[in-house]
Design a protein around this ligand. Structure first.
Ligand SMILES: [Zn+2]
Length: 147
């Protein structure tokens, strides 16, 4: 196999089904690797082969080289992932308070101290999906009581 070629078959086309940002990991040790080139990836594309019907998790860069994946899809995924990267960065640096509603499974993120919900939040996110990330020791988490 040539060094430039990847593990994924090139004799079929692919469909892109979604993207994920792997921002939970700050080091390569527990990171995820691309199923095509085996490099560590943070911007992950989930693609499906047209022939083998298998799902693959690969880097967005690798996805852009596959047959059948439209540049528009890549551009759109990049936009979404850039926003996620920004959120992860802010969770690590500027976010001070998270007001959480378990009832609505929502967390509102603020870059200042406060003790109850208010407008002026920077982000509104899915609480369950980000629970572990918010709980980084730097953010004051306030769980709202049910009324
Ligand atoms: Zn790759």
């Amino acid at each position: 196999m040539k060094a430039t070629s990847g593990n994924l078959r090139i004799d079929q086309s692919y469909t892109m089904l979604g993207q994920e940002y792997n921002g939970k990991y700050n080091d390569d040790v527990c990171g995820e690797t691309c199923e095509n080139c085996e490099k560590y990836i943070t911007n992950i594309a989930i693609v499906k082969g047209s022939d083998d019907n298998k799902f693959y998790r690969i880097g967005l860069d690798c996805a852009s080289t596959l047959t059948g994946i439209e540049p528009d899809k890549i551009a759109q995924a990049k936009k979404i992932l850039n926003k996620k990267a920004k959120l992860y960065k802010e969770l690590d640096t500027t976010i001070k308070t998270a007001i959480v509603s378990s009832e609505y499974n929502t967390a509102w993120l603020y870059d200042y101290d406060l003790d109850k919900w208010s407008t002026g939040f920077r982000w509104r996110i899915n609480y369950e999906a980000f629970k572990d990330v918010i709980n980084n020791g730097k953010i004051n988490i306030i769980i709202e009581k049910d009324k």
